[in-house]
Ligand binder design. Structure first.
Ligand SMILES: [Zn+2]
Length: 299
């Protein structure tokens, strides 16, 4: 019980700190645009990386960071396209990927997500930590939801959103642009960082690995990957991030099979060799190992 409480507390702190940081620092945040390939761009600012498909059919957006950043995000999109944002997909419910929903919903953007994203956004007001107002809770919700897969036929390409069960959360999708050969991974992938696995919202390391495998099965050596966090990734980057997760997962699984407690697993430091390279502001080796342990034990 103590562990569950501490996780709930951590989630709350994450949400609060994200909101506060946004309020304080929004003026200084710059949106950096990277042309990925063809009609696809990536926007990097604060929070989850944004994917943009821009063309004659309008703008199709993947994730929208925090509410106060919407004007800057729209300004960056205006440099790419004079078309409106017609569709938005949320890769999952977290506030740094859905915070702009209310603003975009008011502009007439059609919001799409996997079924569980809508459920999470309705049932956990704390999760609308990206800056929604209470009044905007309705218009910021996804109006089209899907259970497994959904295709967007826009801008001369087919973008297929593919749900991966119980990965970073219970509602993750990655988006595969077949023509452009680009995959937006959502938070299934943190490039060069220990992944955050939201176990309390149905996340599980096993699903994260399955998500990597499903994306890799659609990819070739030319595929370009937009991770949920971190810089653009090649196929090789995806493979090496996956290998780190698999290695730690296997070590923790062996210790669990030996009857080790979480405390004993943590003191054995099964992710020590990755600590320096992969630790970042939110997730260090101990937090990642704890999420792996909880994933495998159900505790
Ligand atoms: Zn996330």
């Amino acid at each position: 019980m103590r562990r569950i409480l501490s996780y709930a507390a951590m989630a709350g702190i994450l949400a609060l700190s994200a909101t506060q940081a946004t309020a304080q620092d929004q003026a200084s945040v710059e949106v950096r645009t990277e042309h990925v390939r063809g009609h696809i761009y990536a926007l990097f600012a604060r929070g989850g990386n944004i994917g943009v498909s821009a063309g004659d059919d309008g703008v199709f957006l993947i994730d929208d960071q925090f509410a106060p950043l919407t004007p800057k995000i729209l300004a960056a999109i205006a440099e790419i396209s004079d078309q409106p944002v017609r569709y938005l997909i949320n890769t999952h419910y977290h506030g740094d990927h859905t915070g702009g929903n209310e603003n975009l919903g008011k502009m007439g953007t059609v919001i799409v997500a996997q079924d569980n994203v809508r459920v999470q956004l309705i049932s956990r007001p704390l999760n609308r930590s990206g800056g929604w107002t209470d009044e905007g809770a309705g218009i910021g919700l996804p109006v089209i939801t899907f259970n497994d897969q959904l295709s967007f036929h826009l801008n001369g390409d087919e973008a297929r959103a593919i749900h991966v069960a119980n990965a970073h959360t219970d509602g993750d999708s990655f988006i595969h642009f077949k023509g452009a050969n680009v995959i937006h991974m959502g938070d299934i992938m943190f490039n060069g960082r220990f992944p955050y696995i939201d176990v309390d919202a149905g996340g599980n390391v096993t699903g994260v690995l399955a998500g990597y495998d499903r994306a890799l099965a659609l990819a070739n050596d030319q595929t370009l990957f937009i991770p949920g966090h971190g810089p653009m990734a090649s196929r090789g980057d995806v493979v090496s991030n996956r290998a780190m997760i698999q290695t730690v997962r296997d070590r923790v699984a062996a210790m669990i099979a030996d009857g080790k407690s979480l405390e004993e697993v943590l003191s054995a430091a099964p992710a020590a060799e990755y600590d320096e390279a992969y630790t970042w502001a939110f997730i260090n080796a101990a937090k990642f190992v704890t999420a792996v342990y909880r994933s495998l034990t159900g505790e």
